[in-house]
Design a protein. Structure first.
Length: 161
């Protein structure tokens, strides 16, 4: 058998971007309503706009790439990268997270979660040195991601855990 097919998915965080734009519009409206008589732009509005722009650049998308025995997650323009060091993949399962888990990068009771939209995630349980760990990767294509992980880490369908 040859090398498995690489996997790549890019998800745009439309909800996140919408909320950031609405926040910026609200702050701008509040500032402009207070500055009706003045002709200058508030320093607070400029600072808030710059902060929101930087946050958007850092988190507007999630790129997931799987190649032979490597997982790469990248948020936004690529300053935030996650490359889990996996010695041995133990299991891969598709699951639906509760709504209160939300979006983003966070620790949950089931391990680290990396998600930018929706509630579908692929949960990986793996061996890292002497410890067992797990992560959840949000995806719009859970079946394809699971298949690629199983091929690229040479995992059988029903592993013994």
């Amino acid at each position: 058998m040859g090398r498995p097919t690489p996997y790549h998915e890019t998800q745009i965080g439309w909800l996140f971007l919408s909320l950031m734009i609405l926040t910026l519009l609200f702050v701008g409206w509040r500032e402009s309503s207070q500055l009706i008589d003045q002709q200058e732009i508030s320093t607070g509005l400029i600072i808030m706009s710059i902060i929101i722009f930087i946050i958007c650049l850092l988190f507007y998308q999630l790129d997931t790439s799987i190649t032979y025995r490597k997982i790469k997650l990248r948020y936004g323009i690529g300053l935030i990268k996650i490359n889990p060091n996996i010695d041995e993949l133990i299991s891969v399962e598709i699951t639906r997270i509760p709504w209160w888990y939300g979006l983003g990068i966070k620790i949950t009771s089931k391990g680290w979660m990396y998600n930018i939209q929706g509630r579908d995630v692929v949960m990986l349980k793996y061996q890292k040195g002497a410890s067992k760990e797990s992560i959840m990767i949000g995806t719009a294509q859970p079946e394809e991601l699971k298949k690629s992980l199983m091929e690229n880490f040479e995992l059988k369908e029903n592993p013994v855990v």
